[in-house]
Design a protein around this ligand. Structure first.
Ligand code: ZN
Length: 220
């Protein structure tokens, strides 16, 4: 199955992508991982991307598209993949279509994780991270530490990352609405979009997504 996962920041996309990819036995291809891998291996694309990032500029679509193409051509992706963070705008979506068409392939579904805007803000702005280990993550409402501001795991101090402030979250949502959301309409025109609510427990959302994806494949 070839799937694109779309959803606003705070929808739990990364977590869902990991579970879905495992359930479907396909690689989870995230743009974050692609950038990190290319930069750490110092590939030509990685060097190019880094030069833009170091200058404080956005990495051009061509570079992101080339990295994604490279990754999708690897042997573990022959039977499908789950894309997370790519495409993030209509021009990248068009490039992906071209790429797949050239290989006589097509997408099977675009999974749209829906979550109300206020919920997104609440989820992200309530996040607290441990100063000792960024894997120790808490939430003031949903996963409160036993003592406020103190990590349950190691006793470290909990803090809010700058990226998680309400102001930054609102800005990221704005970018999502203007840049990424239009791809949902683009894919709706191709009849590929499956929308599910990202509210509720992680495993329940995964279950709904799996059911929706399987249902989507029936009768084709
Ligand atoms: Zn800790």
């Amino acid at each position: 199955m070839r799937i694109v996962l779309v959803g606003p920041p705070g929808a739990g996309k990364g977590t869902q992508a990991a579970f879905l990819a495992k359930n479907l036995s396909i690689p989870h291809i995230s743009t974050g991982d692609l950038f990190r891998a290319n930069i750490s291996k110092q590939t030509d694309l990685g060097k190019l991307a880094k030069s833009y990032m170091d200058a404080g500029n956005l990495v051009p679509d061509e570079v992101t598209i080339a990295m994604a193409k490279d990754r999708m051509e690897q042997s573990d992706a022959v039977n499908g993949f789950l894309l997370d963070g790519f495409p993030r705008n209509v021009s990248q979506a068009e490039a992906l279509d071209e790429m797949l068409k050239a290989e006589s392939m097509k997408l099977d579904a675009v999974l749209d994780l829906e979550v109300p805007e206020d919920e997104v803000v609440k989820r992200i702005a309530g996040r607290r991270i441990c100063r000792n280990d960024s894997a120790h993550v808490f939430h003031v409402t949903y996963q409160a530490p036993k003592a406020a501001g103190v990590c349950d795991t190691c006793g470290g101090e909990l803090y809010q990352r700058d990226d998680d402030s309400e102001e930054t979250v609102r800005k990221r949502l704005e970018v999502y609405h203007t840049q990424t959301e239009p791809i949902i309409d683009y894919y709706k025109a191709q009849g590929l979009v499956v929308t599910i609510s990202a509210l509720g427990k992680v495993e329940d959302v995964t279950g709904k997504a799996m059911a929706a994806l399987k249902g989507d494949g029936e009768g084709e």
